[in-house]
Structure formats: structure tokens, C-alpha cells
Design a binder for this molecule. Structure first.
Ligand code: FES
Length: 167
């Protein structure tokens, strides 16, 4: 797909126009626009990044600098449920690695992979900023604090059941 083929909807473009007006310059709107694109297209392909650069009047490098710096921006497609396991110090000391290993086993994939049914991607991330609730697993935009193998198994089972798959 070429950059010309990736397009925001008219509604999104109107939203972006309103957003840009709130800031001194279009670059300040880059992060929220990247979130919008990720929500709309699932991930930030190079074509999507080029399209965003065009929409905001930025150089592609200005977009790339932000996309590649922050772990919450994805350049590859991922499952409908992104399980981000924090393995930074606070969570590591509260069993994050054991939890991640258990989740990978339940899902039947390795860290960083997506299940063949496209339901889950599991990723290791740096501090999620909720250390008091360690270990933390972010599932799409929702934080699961004090996550346990049982609570994550329950979540995975629930999602699979909802998707009509095998629980
Ligand atoms: S170390 Fe995991 S949320 Fe901070």
C-alpha cells in the first residue's frame, strides 16, 4: 500500500485540524495524531508515517524520531489484544518475568509474537508508571495491576470465549 492509499477519514481530518489549532505548531499535535492513526490503522506503517508527515506538514524524520523513541507506538501489526508486560525493576521484583513466561506458555507463543488467530500479541515494556500495582500488564489501554498467572489466564480465556474460539 502506498502512502497515497493510507488516508485518515474526513472526520479524523476535521478532528486533527481542530487539534492542531490548540497548539503553537503542528509538531506539538504529533503524538495525539500518532495515537489516532494507531487506533484507526492498528499500527504505524511507514506509509502511515509518511501520510502523517504530509497531513501535519512535517518531515518524515520528525515523525520517525517520535515513533521510534516511544514503545507505545507500533511499527508492526499486532493482535487485537496487546498484552504489554512491564518488566522494569518494580515489576521484576514482583514476579513479572515469571508472569510473562506463564502468559507466553498459555498463549503458546514467544515474547514479541502474535497468536495465529490474531487475538493476542505479547510484548515486554519498560515502566508503565504504575509501580505501586506491580506487576502490571497493560491490555490495550487498560492497566491490570497486581496481575497474577490466574488473573491473566482468566482474561485470555474470556477473550478467546468472546471471540468464539476455544477457551
Ligand atoms: S516497574 Fe512496572 S510499572 Fe513501574
Amino acid at each position: 500500500m502506498s502512502a497515497d492509499a493510507v488516508r485518515f477519514s474526513e472526520e479524523r481530518l476535521a478532528e486533527i485540524e481542530t487539534l492542531v489549532k490548540r497548539y503553537p505548531g503542528p509538531q506539538s499535535a504529533l503524538m495525539p495524531v500518532l495515537y489516532m492513526a494507531q487506533e484507526d490503522f492498528g499500527y504505524l506503517s511507514m506509509d502511515t508515517q509518511k501520510m502523517i508527515a504530509g497531513v501535519l506538514g512535517l518531515r518524515l524524520m520528525q515523525v520517525r524520531e517520535v515513533v521510534t523513541f516511544y514503545t507505545m507506538f507500533r511499527e508492526q501489526p499486532c493482535g487485537t489484544h496487546l498484552l504489554e508486560v512491564c518488566t522494569n525493576a518494580g515489576c521484576m521484583l514482583n514476579g513479572a518475568y515469571e508472569l510473562a513466561e506463564h502468559m507466553c506458555k498459555t498463549l503458546g507463543i514467544k515474547m514479541g509474537e502474535t497468536t495465529p488467530d490474531g487475538l493476542f500479541t505479547i510484548a515486554e515494556v519498560e515502566c508503565a508508571g504504575a509501580c505501586g500495582g506491580a506487576p502490571v500488564v497493560q491490555v490495550n489501554n487498560i492497566y491490570h495491576e497486581k496481575a497474577t498467572p490466574d488473573s491473566m489466564d482468566a482474561l485470555i480465556t474470556h477473550v478467546r470465549a468472546q471471540a468464539g474460539g476455544k477457551a
